[in-house]
Design a protein around this ligand. Structure first.
Ligand SMILES: Cc1cc2nc3c(=O)[nH]c(=O)nc-3n(C[C@H](O)[C@H](O)[C@H](O)COP(=O)(O)OP(=O)(O)OC[C@H]3O[C@@H](n4cnc5c(N)ncnc54)[C@H](O)[C@@H]3O)c2cc1C
Length: 342
């Protein structure tokens, strides 16, 4: 009989679980129900009692480690906490969100417990057994893994499960004591781009893709890169969308061509880029070639704006294609969004 533990952690407030953690709780509940196994949730937070309130109706045993020492991710303290939670739950299957915080320590914790870890899990299946699905070779090959090794740690990709949403109320939490090692690392502060400058938003409903057309000569024979940047950033702000790019557009910087300064290769979608998960996608000024569109595998509703009626999107790669000038369309869309907000 398996004993399932879901490891979760708080967001930057220290008192609320991250969305990816709540997704892992859903995965744990589904697995525990299918296997008729016991379910525990381990919480790492500054204020674990507050964080646990969202799990009040989860039906799981709640174990927690809390305190100021856990406000920041730090290998030594995080690894010690996860090890203690796993030992307290005597877990054979450990599910955890594949966040940067947990991805950093999961392999080390699995090793300390003599277990095994697999990452980028997108689904859990199987009848009486645990079978974990993940993609290899840039989303070309989907594999189903099973292992005899226990404890088996499975880091889940974000966006693959619904976030657990139950009644919020005070929950009964078992505080687990942890013997912390000597701490050599002190976190003196965080330096990150301001929220407004952050264009990659994995939790956004919409992916907005900018293609190279935005910086190409337009009908008047001129390049309008500055105007393009204003339109794109305006839309991201108004719609809360995540920004993706074609390879051609992000490559242009190195070629000395006009660029959009807020784009980097991290925005690139496609065969040699990212394969994000969003409910909807809007491609603009992009030709929709196969090496790009392969990165849209997990975008459910696809739309494109292109001047070219023969572009790849019109050849079965999008649900709706607007054969139109993206400068005009996005200016109008932004104006409508502005007036809707006012
Ligand atoms: C091995 C390999 C791997 C690759 N990996 C990737 C990858 O990961 N991601 C990726 O994106 N590409 C990848 N590519 C490149 C890919 O094949 C294309 O070259 C690239 O996606 C083209 O980018 P684009 O559509 O933005 O630019 P273009 O092909 O230049 O298309 C620009 C489009 O914008 C339209 N346009 C111009 N002005 C406007 C306007 N005002 N309004 C509306 N539309 C307008 C034009 O009609 C045109 O269709 C890869 C290629 C190879 C060989």
């Amino acid at each position: 009989m398996e004993t399932i533990l879901v490891l979760t952690h708080a967001d930057e407030t220290g008192s609320a679980l991250t969305r990816a953690s709540l997704e892992a709780v859903t995965a744990g509940k589904e697995l525990a129900t299918r296997l008729s196994a016991s379910l525990a949730v381990g919480i790492l937070a500054v204020d674990a009692a507050a964080a646990a309130s969202s799990l009040h109706s989860s039906g799981a045993r709640l174990l927690a480690v809390s305190g100021e020492a856990f406000a920041q991710a730090r290998y030594a303290t995080d690894a010690a906490v996860l090890e203690a939670l796993c030992r307290a739950a005597n877990a054979s299957i450990v599910l955890a969100p594949g966040s940067s915080r947990f991805t950093r320590v999961a392999a080390g914790v699995a090793h300390r417990l003599g277990g095994f870890v697999d990452t980028h899990i997108t689904a859990l299946g199987g009848g009486d057994a645990v079978e974990a699905t993940r993609w290899f070779y840039r989303q070309r090959v989907e594999a189903v893994l099973s292992r005899d090794a226990r404890p088996w740690f499975l880091l889940l990709d974000a966006g693959t499960h619904k976030a657990f949403a139950g009644e919020v109320d005070a929950a009964q939490v078992e505080e687990i004591s942890v013997q912390l090692p000597a701490i050599r690392t002190t976190v003196s502060g965080l330096r990150a781009p301001s929220q407004g400058a952050q264009t990659i938003r994995p939790d956004a409903k919409l992916l907005f893709v900018a293609g190279a057309g935005w910086t190409k000569k337009q009908a008047d024979g001129q390049v309008h890169a500055t105007e393009a940047g204003v339109l794109i950033l305006g839309f991201l702000r108004l719609a809360g969308a995540s920004l993706g790019s074609s390879k051609s557009l992000v490559d242009q910087g190195g070629e000395g061509q006009p660029i959009l300064p807020f784009l980097t290769h991290l925005n690139q979608i496609g065969q040699t880029g990212a394969t994000p998960r969003h409910a909807k996608g809007l491609s603009t000024c992009c030709h929709g070639e196969e090496p790009h569109v392969v990165g849209w595998r997990f975008i459910a509703d696809r739309r494109a704006i292109s001047l070219d009626p023969n572009c790849g999107w019109t050849r079965g790669k999008a649900d709706v294609v607007y054969v139109a000038d993206a400068f005009e369309v996005m200016a109008k869309v932004n104006a409508l969004l502005e007036s809707a907000k006012a």
